[in-house]
Design a protein around this ligand. Structure first.
Ligand code: HEC
Length: 179
């Protein structure tokens, strides 16, 4: 019995070693560009779009509308998006994505990990104002990294700050027609 346990433990140790020595780093979610477009942006949008406010003109009258998750399942989806942002931040710190980048790359990636924790707390507390506020912090981490590592291709006329189509607060300020 003892030897059997010994063999099993030995096998596990070898497996652990093998996974440490893995082949050249293969980015798990494709290039940084692919990961951003297919994972980071849609995930961040779930968070950003979960709460908001807008005024629209209905029959010439301004109508103010606010929205937020309405039940536990909807809040859980927001929390899960926040958690995923942290996982993506961790992934950005791995050599597959961090190779050849500076220390600031690590700092921005860690910034996503840190803000992910706050973002989850806000969703767990089911606090729309906190989600809105942390959403702004998430946005500033995204932009800080993009300013240092600008995307290779931007649509014509777009600036780095336009990468996110949607940011917290857009709807609050945009439709002000009085100015
Ligand atoms: C650690 C740095 C870093 C952080 C943090 C970061 N990004 Fe990026 N992002 C990049 C880089 C680098 C590119 C450019 C990839 C390329 O073009 O090669 C990029 C590109 C993008 C693009 C353009 C993808 C395309 O289709 O070309 C989007 C959208 C994007 N990021 C969204 C986000 C969002 C949303 C966040 C925050 C939740 C974020 N990024 C956080 C590094 C980062």
């Amino acid at each position: 019995m003892k030897t059997q346990i010994g063999i099993i433990a030995g096998t596990l140790a070898m497996l652990a070693l093998a996974s440490c020595n893995e082949e050249p780093e293969v980015p798990p979610l494709g290039t940084a560009q692919q990961m951003m477009a297919q994972e980071m942006q849609p995930t961040a949008e779930i968070y950003w779009e979960s709460v908001g406010a807008a005024s629209e003109l209905i029959d010439g009258e301004p109508v103010f509308r606010e929205w937020a998750p309405e039940n536990d399942a909807e809040w859980e989806a927001v929390r899960a998006a926040a958690e995923r942002i942290g996982e993506l931040g961790e992934m950005l710190k791995t050599p597959a994505y961090a190779e050849g980048r500076g220390d600031d790359w690590m700092a921005y990636s860690q910034g996503l990990v840190d803000v992910s924790a706050q973002a989850q707390e806000a969703a767990i507390a089911q606090d729309p104002d906190a989600v809105f506020e942390v959403g702004g912090t998430i946005y500033s981490v995204c932009s800080a990294c993009h300013r240092m590592y600008p995307p290779a291709e931007l649509p014509e006329g777009a600036s780095v700050d336009d990468i996110q189509q949607m940011r917290p607060g857009d709807e609050l300020t945009a439709p002000d027609a009085s100015e």
